[in-house]
Design a protein around this ligand. Structure first.
Ligand code: BT5
Length: 241
């Protein structure tokens, strides 16, 4: 199957679509490849945290592609912006981006992203994994929510994918041509983090900006600090967002 220039491969069950993408990257691949699983037996988040991927409950997918540069963080911003836009158009819901790698709605996490990268003879590749909860009732995590729970709409994979991939392709082009700054500019108004008090690795601070390299700028005791994705955990004061 081909959608918006991506070769789509669907697995009934797999350990992790990110793990499969990395195996394929090492074996050699051509073009844009999108791996989807009905369920994952070893879905992973960052720092090897577990990612719940119940059968039929969501869109568990990894995009494997050549990147303009070796920046998995940049790819996550491109993807989050594209997916939030597609979700807003499809459902009308107020989806937002929680820095650096989550999509949230109603103060809960509806999607998490994990990008990994490597090099081969043809240059850099990125394996960009996204887990989007679509169906209600399958997850028992306190901070998790599904698109159906949040919006009352059970959307099918086939509805969201063309919209998302088309937007992703456009934004990836802009990222390659003009750099990450243009993506961050478009992302700022859709940030759930900016303007909020946050706990950065347990310390209270104000989230004041996201800079053109994607770092979070926080203010604490009248001093600004730059926080790079991957270094810290950022939580809201009252809850998850
Ligand atoms: C992430 O990590 O949010 C990245 C998740 C990436 C998942 C996709 S699914 C397709 C591809 N294949 C993979 O193996 N992975 C990618 P992190 O920020 O570390 O968040 C992990 C935390 O989210 C866990 O510790 C749980 O608290 C929570 N969590 C786990 N499953 C969840 C779910 N389905 N929905 C919402 N939260 C979840």
């Amino acid at each position: 199957m081909r959608i918006a220039g991506w070769d789509v491969i669907v697995f009934d069950e797999i350990d992790s679509t990110n793990a499969e993408a990395k195996r394929r990257a090492r074996a050699g691949f051509a073009g844009n490849v999108l791996l989807i699983a009905e369920t994952q037996t070893a879905g992973r988040g960052r720092m090897d945290r577990k990612w719940e991927s119940p059968r039929g409950a969501g869109l568990w997918m990894t995009q494997l592609f050549r990147a303009p540069n070796r920046s998995p963080e940049g790819a996550v911003f491109v993807s989050a912006l594209a997916l939030v836009r597609a979700l807003r158009v499809e459902t009308g819901g107020d989806f937002l981006i929680k820095w650096p790698n989550d999509i949230v709605i109603n103060g809960k996490k509806v999607c998490g992203m994990l990008a990994e990268c490597g090099f081969d003879a043809d240059g850099a590749w990125i394996a960009l994994g996204s887990g989007l909860n679509l169906r209600a009732g399958a997850l028992e995590l306190p901070h998790a929510i599904s698109v159906e729970q949040a919006t009352g709409r059970l959307i099918a994979r086939d509805e969201i994918l063309p919209a998302y991939l088309t937007e992703f392709n456009t934004l990836r082009g802009a990222w390659a041509a003009d750099g990450l700054a243009t993506i961050i500019e478009q992302l700022r108004p859709l940030s759930a983090t900016l303007g909020c008090e946050v706990l950065v690795s347990g310390e209270r601070a104000q989230a004041v900006d996201i800079d053109i390299d994607g770092a979070l700028i926080i203010m604490k005791d009248n001093r600004q600090r730059r926080v790079v994705a991957g270094d810290v955990s950022v939580r809201g004061l009252a809850g998850y967002v």
